[in-house]
Design a protein around this ligand. Structure first.
Ligand code: ACM
Ligand code: ZN
Length: 527
């Protein structure tokens, strides 16, 4: 696969002939992140004016309207949408079966003096082509009010593009700090601009339950609120109503972003025991505390030996499944403390009854039981890499986050599991820039030497993780994530031979202006 896509940034010109631009060099015109597979820069420009129209068949009208919504506010142009050419220059969107080889997300973008043409095998590719087009315009195109004095000029180019990996994700921790709808939409917009396509919402954890569940109202009445003894600012707690989630899912879907919900089990569940203590091994009622103020990660876990635990989880997951159209549900599975299971007669009874060796096998049994339930509803299970302890089901998707897990990843892929790479070494954006610089993120190679021999199709892609226990305000969170997420976007999209840090860092400088216009804070440094 690596050999197929060699970078070709060329300037083609018949008279006079310009020097070809070599890989690693940036032309004034090409500031795109992530770097496309192939770019040929031609002589000449296209100018969007008051006479420009959009041309699209009826199956692409929604995308055409979206394109107009992106380009109209700053330019002030009406950009009428027509099915046929209406004279003047125009931007055309077109589906083509001939581009099947570029896959679901690939597209072609051809710009000449007269016309812009975005072609793709499917709608998702058209949408990514639109994002590339937005990035080729002067960055003022991102303004929401009319800008005077800017010529809306595009370079003439031929671009052929498709992603390296299908999973280009960002995980946001809503438990330690709650982030509202406006904030999440800002992130979805930025993800779409940089062709990231999976938003993993970590909705439950020790520090708060963040989603409405009809059957268990105490999850939001009690488990979403910090104990008043901690005097936490009110905006840090809260939860999503079902109608908020539906709105977010629709918003994300229109922008090629799939939302994957995470409901933690069996550990990281002390907030649940503030509402339903009977689901733990001891039945003790707990309170919800902010990460650094209370007891921290608590040594508690769902009781695996009581049937009511599974009744609760199946009811909760049924409501989750109804809300999120993604084929995946993430069930956590990380850092499950086993001490309570060791001391619990019900859990020990389950170990005996099901012929299990130890508590690790009990977690594996627990996860497999939940997987059977999810599969029966047409969903696939994802879990953090700890779900491989005690025996990994062949059909679960594993998200690797811990260091030194190459052998476990190799074994999982060899037995047919899909994996997603989110290692703390490169993908944990709550870590400081001293530990993980933007350049370090950029040099991440998900197909490490150890994994070179495996079927690369099982490596779905990469994901950035933002845990919200340290940085708990919007500017701080933004600065932890930007610009590192742009580096990971290119790791996930662009083939390795086409990646070059010096080239990327020049393009990144240009993107800072775009981040400003998207009201995104960022760490303005290349350390
Ligand atoms: C994790 O960082 N505990 C997945
Ligand atoms: Zn128990």
């Amino acid at each position: 696969m690596k050999d197929l896509l060699l970078i070709s940034i060329l300037i083609i010109s018949l008279s006079p002939l310009k020097e070809p631009v070599t890989a690693g060099e940036v032309t004034k015109e090409i500031q795109i992140i992530p770097m496309p597979s192939e770019i040929i820069v031609l002589n000449g420009t296209f100018e969007m004016t008051g006479n420009t129209s959009i041309q699209a068949g009826h199956n692409l009208l929604l995308k055409a309207e979206q394109l107009r919504a992106y380009l109209s506010p700053a330019s002030g142009y009406k950009l009428p949408i027509n099915k046929e050419s209406a004279g003047g220059n125009y931007i055309e969107l077109k589906l083509s079966d001939e581009l099947l080889h570029l896959g679901d997300e690939g597209y072609q973008l051809n710009i000449t003096h007269e016309k812009v043409l975005i072609t793709a095998y499917n709608m998702r590719g058209i949408f990514w082509g639109i994002q590339t087009l937005r990035q080729l315009f002067p960055h003022e195109i991102l303004r929401e009010a009319t800008v005077d004095g800017v010529k809306w000029i595009l370079p003439c180019v031929n671009i052929v593009d498709k992603p390296r990996f299908s999973w280009r994700g960002l995980m946001i921790d809503y438990s330690r700090t709650f982030w509202n709808t406006r904030h999440t939409k800002k992130y979805i917009d930025a993800m779409a601009y940089y062709k990231l396509n999976k938003l993993h919402m970590h909705l439950t954890d020790d520090q708060g339950w963040r989603i409405e569940i009809d059957k268990y109202s105490a999850l939001t009445e009690k488990a979403s609120k910090f104990d008043t003894i901690y005097h936490e600012p009110k905006e840090r707690e809260g939860f999503y109503l079902k109608e908020d989630i539906r709105e977010l899912v629709r918003y994300a879907e229109a922008r090629n972003v799939e939302i994957i919900p995470e409901i933690e089990m069996p550990g990281h569940t002390s907030e649940v025991f503030a509402a339903y203590p009977e689901l733990s091994c001891t039945g003790e009622t707990l309170s919800v505390s902010p990460f650094f103020k209370g007891p921290g990660i608590q040594n508690v876990i769902f009781c695996a030996g009581k049937e009511r635990t599974f009744g609760f989880l199946e009811n909760v997951l049924s409501e989750i499944i109804e809300l999120f159209p993604s084929k995946y549900v993430h069930i956590g599975g990380d850092e499950a403390p086993k001490e309570k299971w060791k001391a619990c007669p019900d859990c020990q009874g389950a170990i005996k009854k099901y012929g299990l060796k130890d508590e690790d096998e009990l977690q594996s049994w627990f996860t497999k039981r939940i997987e059977v339930f999810l599969n029966s509803k047409g969903k696939k299970l994802i879990g953090w890499d700890e779900i491989s302890q005690g025996g990994l089901s062949k059909t679960a998707t594993v998200m690797f986050w811990r260091g030194g897990m190459e052998n476990i990843a190799l074994a999982a892929i060899t037995q047919g599991n899909d994996v997603i790479m989110a290692p703390t070494s490169h993908c944990y954006f709550d870590y400081s820039y001293k530990n993980i610089s933007t350049e370090k993120v950029y040099t991440f190679e998900p197909l490490s030497d150890k994994l070179e021999s495996v079927n690369p199709e099982h490596i779905l892609g990469v994901e950035a993780c933002f845990w919200s226990h340290i940085d708990r305000t919007e500017p701080k969170m933004d600065r932890q994530i930007f610009p590192r997420i742009l580096a990971l976007a290119e790791v996930g999209w662009t083939e390795s031979p086409n990646r070059n840090w010096d080239n990327f860092s020049l393009r990144l400088k240009h993107q800072y202006k775009s981040l400003d216009l998207m009201s995104i804070y960022y760490m303005d440094t290349n350390i």
